[in-house]
Design a protein around this ligand. Sequence first.
Ligand code: HMG
Ligand code: MG
Length: 310
Amino acid sequence: MSLPKRVFLTEVGPRDGLQNEQQPVPVDIKVGLCERLLAAGVGNLEATSFVSPKWVPQMADAAQVMARIPRPAGVTISVLTPNIKGFEGALAAKADEVVIFGAASEAFSHRNINCSIEESINRFTPVANAAKANGLRLRAAVSVAFGCPYQGEVPVSSVVDVVKRFRDMGCDEIGIADTIGVANAEQVKRVLEAAAREYPLDQISGHFHDTYGQAIANVYASLQVGVSRFDASIAGLGGCPYAKGATGNVATEDVLYLLDALGIETGISLEQMVDAGQWISAFLGRKSMSRAGNALHAKKLSREEKAQAA
Ligand code: HMG
Ligand code: MG
C-alpha cells in the first residue's frame, strides 16, 4: 500500500506529557506550551484531562488551562473524560472533542480507571451520547493494546473487542495505544490490520510510547498499512501514572522529521515545534527526549554562532 499523502497529528504533550510530571507545572507554563504548539500549526491539541484530581493531581487545573488557551479557528481542542462528571467539565470549558479511554486488559482497566472493561463501557456510553447530543467530536483510546504491565501479553482479539464496543458507541476516531512502548513493527501491522477489519482505517490512530525506542518504527509500520492519524508528544514528554517506568509518547519533532522527509503533509512547522520542545524541556530542567529536536536545535545554535562570528 502506498503511504498516506497527509497525516493528522494530535499533539498530546500538554496532557499525556505533563500528567506524568512529579513537579507541579504552573498554569502559565501549560498555557505557554499550548500557545507555542498552536502557533506551530497543531490541528488537534489534547490540552488537559477532566479526571479526578485525587488520581492525577497535575490535571487538577483543567478548567483554568482551558479558559486561557487560544482557540484558533479550525483547530480541535480535545480533553480526556473518563465519566459524565469529566464530560460536564469538558462541556463547560467548551472542548471540541472528548476522549474516552478504555483498556484491552482487565488489570490495566482497574488500575487506571478503577473499574472492569464492562463497567468502563457502561460509564462511557452516557459520555458518548452526551458528546453526540452536544455536537462534540468523540475519540476513544484503547490502552495496552500491545502489552500490559500487569497482565503481560494482550490477545489481538481483546483489542478488537474493545474497538467494536467503541465503534458501536459512534466514536469518530479510535486510538490504538502502546501504553508501555513494547510493540514492534510487525505486531503493530497485525493489530492495526485486525482493528481495520472492524472499523474504518482512516479513523484509526496510533499512540505509541517510546519506552523501548520502537515508536518511530511503529509509526512507519502504521503508515505502511495506511494509518494516517497519530498522537505525538512534544519533546517526547510523558507516560501514564498507572504504567510505571513507561516513557513518553513518540516525540512530535521526530515524527515530523520522518513525515517531512517522506513528503507527507501535516500543516505543522517542524522548526517551531523544535523551539517549543526546547522551551518546555528548559522549564522542566532536562534535555528533550526528541533526538531530531536536539539535533536540529544544535544545528540552529551553531548557525547562529557562525553568523555572530562573521
Ligand atoms: P473512582 O474513585 O472510582 O471514582 O475513580 P468515583 O466516581 O468513585 O469518584 C471518586 C471521587 O472522584 C469523587 O470525589 C468524585 O467526585 C471524583 P469525592 O467525593 O471523593 O471528593 N471524580 C472526579 N473529579 C473530577 N473529574 C472527574 C471525576 N470523576 C470522579 N471526572 C475515575 C474513577 C475514572 C474518576 C478515576 O479513576 C480517574 O480519574 N482516573 C483517571 C486516570 C488517568 O487520568 N489516567 C491517565 C490518563 S489515561 C492514559 O494516559 C492512557 C492514554 O494516554 C493512552 C495510552 O497511552 O494507553 C490515553
Ligand atoms: Mg499515553
